[in-house]
Design a protein around this ligand. Structure first.
Ligand code: GLA
Length: 401
């Protein structure tokens, strides 16, 4: 009897202690998701074309890995309660689709919801968590985004832990992406439940402003950015704040797209593109696939940036990087160009709260690289003087000389 009790306790303990696959996202996940561009127009053709584009256009080389299906892929549940794919949208079935994506050297993700229905009204996983996780594993899925519509009466930590345990039981490693919009402060409890958690409501392709829909609002880039500022201490390798997917290429100006992408990298955010990959302009690809900018996001230290200083409309962000380097981003939140000067030696930049690093500009000289233009930009011995266009950034990497 005692032995049985001990075994039961051990089994319970294993899940209570957290992740079975703790190292699936040691750097922020990178990929693509169907929602921002395609919403209900998701289909196997859309997914296959996105995967093919990613595999061949330089994005895969730059680190993008996941091709993620979002809402509205579903068919009905079968007589035993197992979920099926919509046969019109996915005539070849999910296993064939995942085999195709894997054949390109990429990974594939799927979407569900903790409630009885997804936000798009499809069957949710409530009461079917273990069946659904089993089916995703059978299909060869590598990533699950798990939404929160119709789940208001559930305990968030409990509901997400149930799905985590179902994924563990299904036996296939899957990145687990929590999407309850920050309603239940997942940064306080989700590090051992999932690999990333949404911190806000949905983004839309707009730089500055919210779009009010009455019962909910969509947020612009700057509004989401501001909501991340108090959360940086909760993120790190294996457990990331998720300020939502990218809107690069979905209608903002090139400078706004560049600023959006830069700031997501300064936040060590998951880089999940959300545009039409096969048909994007070169200027969009040049942003999404810039390896030097991505390297700031994917830096091994895994520390989010912080605002050091604000001058009129320009915020000066610092992000500690591995090897005692720093990324620095001058973000112009205004619409008109602003002149910036920054006399490094007179500034005392330190991060006592998270990385416990100090830049020591008074005693250490750093060489400066302009990351977007890929040009050397002097050293921290000289004061910086530059003009930052409206809704744009000046992004620098500092390395010790
Ligand atoms: C919610 C999520 C979005 C998207 C939609 C799909 O709004 O936050 O990212 O998945 O549902 O219906």
């Amino acid at each position: 009897m005692k032995r049985i009790l001990l075994i039961l306790l051990c089994v319970a303990g294993a899940s209570a202690h957290g992740q079975k696959y703790p190292d699936l996202a040691m750097t922020p996940p990178m990929g693509w998701n169907s929602w921002n561009k395609f919403q209900g127009r998701i289909s196997e053709q859309v997914i296959r074309e996105a995967a093919q584009a990613m595999a061949t256009n330089g994005m895969k080389d730059a680190g993008y890995t996941y091709i993620n299906l979002d809402d509205l892929w579903h068919g009905p549940r079968d007589a035993q309660g197992f979920i099926t794919a919509n046969p019109k949208k996915f005539p070849s079935g999910m296993k064939a689709l995942s085999d195709y994506v894997h054949s390109l050297g990429l990974k594939i993700g799927i979407y569900s919801d903790a409630g009885a229905k997804t936000c798009g009204g499809m069957p949710g996983s409530r009461g079917h968590e273990y069946q659904d996780a089993y089916m995703y594993a059978q299909w060869g899925m590598d990533y699950l985004k798990y939404d929160w519509c119709g789940a208001e009466d559930l305990n968030a930590r409990g509901a997400y832990t149930t799905m985590r345990d179902a994924l563990h039981a299904a036996g296939r490693p899957m990145v687990f992406s929590l999407c309850e919009w920050g309603n239940n402060q997942p940064w306080l409890w989700a590090a051992n439940v999932g690999d990333l958690w949404r911190t806000t409501g949905d983004i839309y392709a707009h730089f500055d402003g919210n779009l009010d829909h009455g019962s909910y609002a969509e947020h612009g880039v700057l509004q989401i950015l501001d909501l991340q500022k108090p959360l940086r201490k909760y993120a790190g390798p294996g457990h990331w704040n998720d300020p939502d997917m990218l809107e690069v290429g979905n209608g903002m100006s090139v400078s706004e797209d560049r600023a959006h992408f830069s700031m997501w990298c300064m936040l060590a955010a998951p880089l999940i593109s959300g545009n039409d990959l096969p048909h994007m302009k070169k200027q969009t690809l040049d942003i999404l696939a810039n390896k030097d900018v991505i390297a700031i996001d994917q830096d091994a230290l895994g520390v989010e940036g912080f605002v050091y200083q604000t001058n009129v409309n320009v915020e000066v962000w610092f992000k500690p990087l591995a090897d005692e380097q720093w990324a620095v981003c001058f973000l112009n939140r205004g619409t008109t160009p602003q002149q910036v000067t920054f006399d490094w030696k007179k500034e005392a930049v330190s991060d006592p709260e998270v990385s416990k690093r100090d830049a020591h500009f008074d005693t250490v000289t750093y060489s400066i690289r302009n990351v977007w233009t890929a040009a050397d930009a002097g050293t921290t011995d000289q004061a910086l003087s530059a003009e930052v266009p409206g809704h744009d950034v000046l992004l620098l990497r500092l390395s010790k000389k």
